[in-house]
Design a binder for this molecule. Structure first.
Ligand code: SF4
Ligand code: SF4
Length: 412
């Protein structure tokens, strides 16, 4: 008997999706890891992974889910969610693969400890920013990170800021009245891109909002992608419980990171399926949506000072979030001349940072890097990990779209 029958994590519900697949291959056309030399030559495609699961669940493939080779093949899905948009029968490919990974994956103890507590480790390192940055920059630190966590030593890990955004907001909060926003920050903005978070807070306070910081853990998309479903569910529950209390007191939930937005808006209701997570999803708005609302309500306008060219990079999470049209509209209103690039950068959260997939990620992103270098204009990309990958490999200036848009905003 296949071991999936013993799963407590509702794989059965997702199994229906395996049989919905009509093998059309549409998912292959958008899947970043299905369009590389390594995937063409060895059928490591999106459709290939679904066919593999069909073979497994029908009993044709006589291997356990924990089979190493099978897990390696599933691992070529890094959860970007591009395929969700194009699959005619609506197969929820990444959600199904995360469960299959969870059942079959064997993490070593150290890896499990670090991955399932990465938010706490980031917090610990952020308490000693100089020391952490010196270690991360050193050859010794890079080798240590590779040995302990599997992050490839060629990666330039982003530096820790000297104060977390959470602390900064608590120390500098200027308004306690007005419409309430509870900021779900997520670890990257909280410890590394604090400047971006500060810009967001300053602007929304000028618009009459008060910003609070609820107790929160990491968004947990990384746990889903690593197949740690039980940990992802635990983190999701903790975050939902905390945010729900703020909603009951009249707040909306604000995000600025696409991973945080996707987690609250789509992943938590999908993996928890309860009324609280659905309410949190309804009450979540990204800073981009907030700006659109303020513009449509006539509260902000845009000055005419920007006329430069900006390359808009379609990050996978932004595509999946549905925020793309709003970002493009705001950048255009802010006076920028947009050139759009669709190619994936290959980072896939931390998938492309791992020693195991670092070269694969460069293969996926190679066309994008060439294009960005030749266009030689500033780049806007909403995803934090895409920005790391673009900075490291295309060597061009890349910022969150908000950073360009906010420069052109004038309050009425
Ligand atoms: S797009 Fe959907 S139906 Fe088509 S091959 Fe992919 S999973 Fe199957
Ligand atoms: S989620 Fe992304 S990587 Fe995974 S199969 Fe779909 S398109 Fe490919």
């Amino acid at each position: 008997m296949n071991e999936y029958k013993y799963s407590e994590l509702m794989l059965d519900e997702y199994l229906e999706d395996v049989w919905k697949c009509i093998r059309c291959g549409f998912c292959n056309s958008v899947c970043p890891t299905s369009n590389t030399s390594f995937s063409y030559m060895s059928s490591k495609t999106s459709r290939g992974r679904i066919i593999l699961l069909q073979a497994y669940f029908s009993g044709i493939l006589r291997k356990p889910l924990r089979d190493r080779e099978l897990q390696e093949l599933l691992d070529y899905c890094f959860g970007c969610r591009r395929c969700l948009e194009v699959c005619p029968p609506g197969v929820r490919i990444p959600y199904m693969l995360w469960r299959a990974k969870h059942i079959g994956r064997r993490h070593n103890l150290l890896n499990k400890l670090i991955y399932s507590n990465y938010g706490s480790f980031e917090k610990l390192c952020s308490n000693f920013p100089s020391l952490s940055n010196n270690i991360l920059r050193s050859r010794f630190g890079k080798i240590l990170l590779e040995l302990l966590v599997g992050i490839d030593r060629r990666i330039d890990f982003p530096e820790f800021h000297d104060v977390s955004l959470e602390k900064w907001i608590r120390m500098n909060r200027s308004s306690t009245s007005g419409k309430r926003l509870a900021y779900f920050i997520d670890v990257f903005t909280n410890y590394h891109e604090v400047g971006l978070g500060i810009e967001v807070v300053r602007l929304v306070e000028k618009l009459g909002y008060s910003v609070e910081v609820p107790d929160q853990r990491e968004a947990g998309t990384l746990l889903l992608e690593a197949g740690m479903m039980d940990k992802a569910i635990k983190v999701a529950k903790e975050n939902v419980e905390s945010l729900y209390k703020y909603i009951m007191n009249g707040a909306s939930i604000l995000t600025s990171s696409p991973a945080a937005y996707i987690a609250l808006k789509y992943d938590y209701p999908e993996i928890l399926g309860d009324s609280k997570s659905k309410l949190v999803s309804e009450k979540t708005l990204d800073i981009i949506e907030l700006l659109i609302k303020e513009y449509e309500d006539g509260e902000i306008r845009f000055n005419e000072k920007n006329s430069g060219r900006i390359i808009y990079h379609h990050s996978c999470f932004t595509k999946a979030s549905g925020l793309t049209k709003h970002i493009k509209r705001l950048l255009t209103l802010a006076g920028y001349n947009l050139i759009e690039v669709e190619e994936c950068c290959g980072i896939g959260g931390v998938w492309g940072m791992s020693k195991k997939h670092y070269n694969d990620s460069l293969d996926v992103g190679s066309n994008l890097f060439i294009k960005l270098r030749s266009l030689s204009s500033p780049v806007a990309s909403q995803s934090e990990t895409c920005r790391i990958q673009i900075r490291n490999n295309a060597k061009v200036r890349v910022e969150h779209p908000f950073s360009y848009i906010s420069k052109a905003i004038e309050l009425k």
